[in-house]
Design a protein around this ligand. Sequence first.
Ligand code: SAM
Length: 410
Amino acid sequence: MLTGQKVKVEIAPVRQGIGLQSIALFVKTPVPSGLFFTQPANCFIVPESSVRERAGYTITKSMTTHPDLAPITRQLRAMYGSRLLVAAVHHIPVFDTLSNGPLSIRQLQDQLQLGERPASVLFPALCAMNLLAYAPDGKLYITELGQYLTQHRATNLRGYVGLEKDDAGVVEMAARLRNDGPLDTPDGISFVKEGDEPSPMDDPLLSRQFTMGLAGRARQLAPLVAARLPRRAGHLLDVAAGTGLYAYEWLLVNPAATATILDRPAVLAVAEELLDEFSRSDRPGAEQIRERVTFRAGDMLTDALPEADILLAASLFHDWPTPTCQCLANRFATALRPGGELWVHDAFLNDTLDGPLAVTDYSAALFWGTKGRCYSRAEYRSWLVQAGLEPVAETWPTQLDYSLIYARKR
Ligand SMILES: C[S@@+](CC[C@H](N)C(=O)[O-])C[C@H]1O[C@@H](n2cnc3c(N)ncnc32)[C@H](O)[C@@H]1O
């Protein structure tokens, strides 16, 4: 596997994974992927026994990781992609419209009367399904597979797909695509607090339900994020932190660092409970974390943000529309000290806006429930540059189809 090369490895003991006592090895040089689980290019997981055989390597770190559970989240989100497919055949006539010839995104949007956000969710999803594609001039056309959803093909699956067209989820997806979101939101929109609009994140019961729902995902991902973030002293601002688990994990591996957990007050009540639980775990150093954490209730869109050396935006931008993302990037850049870094942990669309399918499905789920969608790295980088930061080209996959990117402040 390492073919005898001398590499420096960092070793991460895996708690009881799925029936496998394993070790995650983070190495300084890329290794072949697909060895055990999907991992970043410079990480692989091996049985503990084989690490002992490699006792000559430098062991520099200890952490916990688990197998990638992406197959579960992919199935979960596929439902939203299916709704897009049926809506595009029977409610928002994408295939009928493109049957007359390729169109630019703008032309197709105009003919279908779709806003920018629904178009940016629907068209990439249909490309990821291999039903549409971009011609060299940037126009969208129907692929050979997609032709079987048009009336031009004597043999087609329009009627068969149409058996689902009255499904409540499909009908509602079509309405949300036309309206760029739900028609009525008396209780606010999931995960979002903006201005005086009602927000479930300010309701004690709903915010607890949402935040505890995210806790399992955070437990899975936070150790991987913590392992990728810079190892240093200094201050981390975990903005819109939810559970706070990303910051707690990072503090565990950075014993001289401090962190602020910023979110809505009702969410922080849950984050504090999770810190209690985290501190009581038997992990070395966990007990000391509490004194290095500050909880700050606020509105990230309007309140002054504390200064930070590292700012973590985990699953944050994807809840917001493009202009708000630019505004947030500007605010985060201002909060960073010189030399500071803004890290984004999210699921990214291809820069070509044609997949991957796991992310276009996730984008559809976010479109359904929030004010946002998934964005490409190119979209993130344009906001970060506009905010005066210097994006770094590299991407580090974590798990669940998520990756990390970051930008520096000079
Ligand atoms: C999708 S959750 C992400 C939580 C966490 N970063 C994670 O990755 O698990 C979005 C978070 O943004 C918070 N949020 C939404 N609007 C906010 C605002 N205006 N100010 C501060 N936090 C906000 C929500 O309360 C919620 O905890």
